[in-house]
Design a protein around this ligand. Structure first.
Ligand SMILES: C[S@@+](CC[C@H](N)C(=O)[O-])C[C@H]1O[C@@H](n2cnc3c(N)ncnc32)[C@H](O)[C@@H]1O
Ligand SMILES: [Zn+2]
Length: 301
């Protein structure tokens, strides 16, 4: 496994690893959890005792994603990531990639495999003195999410940390993925190299529209406009809409989807009863993907 050098969450100095410990030059020290992840979320920076998705939501998300309904979306994310890295000559040697708000790691694990397989430098290995595997890190503020994610593979560096204060050096990443997670433009710009890429995913107008109509009397259009929100730090270079129908094939899958979305918490009991009686549910996946480039300080604005 290739690992990137992390930055101390207290003082941002480089963290040097010895076996199961990370330590910076100022003596701040962090032990690896026995499951293999690093907890770099400082207690006094937590807004709550147990921030991020709770254990039940993480399990529901895992159960749902493992059924493969979103695999085509995940493939589209991977394709966009591969083409961004292959098209960036500065990133071609051992690119550093981070998935911020990675949840239980479904997309991250598939992204890692796709990068290993499809980065040009790995396909043309005979032309390179050494293979150039990507270094993939993934972080989430939820320790439940990271505990679940780190069961997937040891080839990814799994970290409990906040996206607002990532334990990564300034200007160090070639690609940052933020899938269905909060946007923190300044924090994202800090860790990316100038000219490096940010890949984001967010729900489109018709995402799970059938389910939302079941739950709410009125479905209001979203005002979320990430491209404008990121515009000061990032220039959008590609946008794609992934849209396809799919049908949940069991009551368990319906419960898993309900458990991972915020919708279910606001549901009236008669509506819940109706969904509880179904054995299948036709739905629409409608997700926007965008690839953005970090603006360089003085040019390309
Ligand atoms: C909607 S989920 C998406 C998870 C994953 N990207 C996926 O698509 O399956 C949002 C994730 O962001 C995490 N999260 C919320 N606030 C965060 C923060 N400030 N920093 C890092 N992660 C955060 C949550 O714990 C949750 O796992
Ligand atoms: Zn330190």
């Amino acid at each position: 496994m290739t690992e990137q050098t992390l930055a101390c969450p207290v003082c941002r100095a480089a963290l040097i690893r010895t076996d199961n410990n990370l330590r910076c030059s100022a003596g701040h020290s962090f032990d690896r959890a026995r499951q293999g992840y690093w907890n770099l979320l400082l207690a006094h920076k937590k807004r709550s005792k147990d921030p991020g998705d709770n254990a039940t939501m993480v399990q529901a998300r895992h159960n749902f994603l493992e059924q493969g309904y979103y695999q085509r979306l995940s493939d589209a994310v991977n394709k966009m990531a591969v083409s961004a890295l292959n098209g960036n000559l500065e990133a071609v040697h051992q690119p550093k990639v981070t998935d911020m708000g990675c949840g239980e790691g479904y997309y991250t694990e598939r992204l890692h495999s796709s990068l290993v397989e499809n980065l040009t430098c790995n396909q043309l290995r005979e032309n390179y003195p050494q293979p150039c595997p990507p270094t993939v890190s993934a972080l989430d503020i939820s320790r439940h999410a990271i505990k679940a994610a780190c069961r997937r593979t040891k080839a990814i560096q799994w970290i409990v940390a906040s996206g607002a204060d990532m334990p990564l050096a300034d200007d160090s990443q070639d690609l940052l993925c933020v899938l269905f997670s909060r946007l923190m433009p300044d924090a994202f710009a800090r860790v990316l190299k100038p000219g490096a890429h940010l890949l984001i995913a967010w729900p489109g107008e018709n995402h799970l529209i059938e389910l939302r109509k079941e739950i709410y009397d009125e479905v209001r259009p979203s005002r979320f406009d990430p491209i404008t929100q990121l515009n000061e730090q990032f220039k959008a270079i590609e946008q794609q809409q992934i849209r396809y129908p799919f049908t949940l094939q069991s009551q368990e899958d319906i419960q898993a989807l309900l458990g991972m979305t915020p919708h279910s918490q606001r549901m009236a009991s008669d509506r819940r009863a109706r969904l509880n009686a179904l054995n299948s549910l036709p739905l629409t996946l409608d997700v926007n993907l965008a690839l953005l480039r970090k603006r360089k300080p003085l040019c390309n604005r």
